[in-house]
Design a protein around this ligand. Structure first.
Ligand code: SAM
Length: 283
């Protein structure tokens, strides 16, 4: 329950590259609140200047969020309304603000989120991958071993997976995608969304990797990686359909490779299929 006399915390998305994506409502809120909490005041100062908004701006970033929250809450309790913005896109989505929102909720302060730009939904809506269910995985770890461990844990994830990625790591990450998921899964790399060089690279993991390695421009800018979910067989006990796929693949591939692919396609154990195929050969 909110107490009525307190101000409101507004969560205000800002453009992820194209200033025309700032909504009228977002601009109005930034104009009307008593103060704006920004991840980087210099960066957001430029946006406000572009919008012709002169308002109090103070810093709230990952290093000071915990210390600042008490002061912000006090102001909200006194009746001031405050807007939270990040450098780009929707605050709290791989950006600061979680502690503040959690504490506002706990203290009965009204929190209002405005819809607006976000790299996840922008990338996903034009990727051509399943969108009925998806999981946002944030940034992958910088270290290869940790990254592969996280990817390994996602091997059987049936939902489309969305990752934020840094241009410095894209080549290494793609190599790890090949190691963990193989060449064939569908992958989309969305780059520089809403900006001049917006690009979607689509295809199998190996095809996207090839395009990125062949053109260093594809290793630049801001990027979102999206991986198709694993195809899961709901009946693990019945490998009949997987065996049919395996026998078909065997007309072109060695047994081991065919078993591995059929296992991945149907979400059954590779060794089960391999042994069944050997038994069928002997029969
Ligand atoms: N809060 C932001 C949002 O709503 O998307 C995300 C902030 S996170 C610190 C920054 C990451 O988001 C970038 O490294 C990139 O992975 C992704 N991103 C942001 N803007 C993007 C853009 N224009 N094109 C592609 N990816 C973008």
């Amino acid at each position: 329950m909110t107490d009525g006399s307190s101000g409101t915390l507004y969560i205000v998305p800002t453009p992820i590259g194209n200033l025309a994506d700032m909504s009228e409502r977002a601009s109005a809120v930034l104009r009307e609140v008593q103060a704006i909490a920004a991840e980087d005041t210099r960066h957001s100062g430029q946006l406000l200047q572009h919008l012709g908004i002169r308002n109090e701006l103070f810093a709230l970033h990952e290093h000071n969020e915990r210390q600042r929250v008490a002061a912000v809450l006090e102001r909200l309790h006194r009746g001031d309304s405050i807007a939270l913005i990040s450098d780009a896109g929707t605050p709290l989505i791989s950006d600061p603000g979680y502690v503040l929102v959690q504490q506002c909720r706990a203290a009965g302060i009204k929190v209002v989120a405005l819809p607006g730009p976000c790299a996840i939904t922008t990338a996903l809506s034009a990727a051509g991958l399943a969108t009925d269910r998806f999981s946002f995985e944030g940034f992958l770890p910088a270290k290869g071993q940790q990254r592969r461990k996280i990817l390994q844990a996602l091997l059987s994830e049936p939902r489309t997976m969305v990752f934020y990625e840094s241009p410095h790591r894209i080549v290494d990450s793609l190599a790890d995608f090949v190691t963990v998921f193989g060449n064939e899964r569908q992958l989309v790399l969305a780059r520089e969304l809403t900006k001049q060089f917006e690009t979607y690279l689509t295809g199998s993991i190996a095809e996207v990797q090839q395009q990125v390695l062949a053109d260093s421009n594809q290793q630049r800018g801001e990027m979102v990686l999206m991986l198709a979910g694993a195809v899961v067989n709901t009946d693990e006990q019945d490998p009949t359909i997987a065996m049919a796929t395996l026998q078909l693949l065997r007309t072109e591939l060695p047994l081991k490779k065919a078993a591995a692919l059929a296992a991945e396609i149907h979400g059954v154990r590779k060794n089960t299929l391999y042994q069944l195929a050997l038994a069928a050969d002997k029969a």
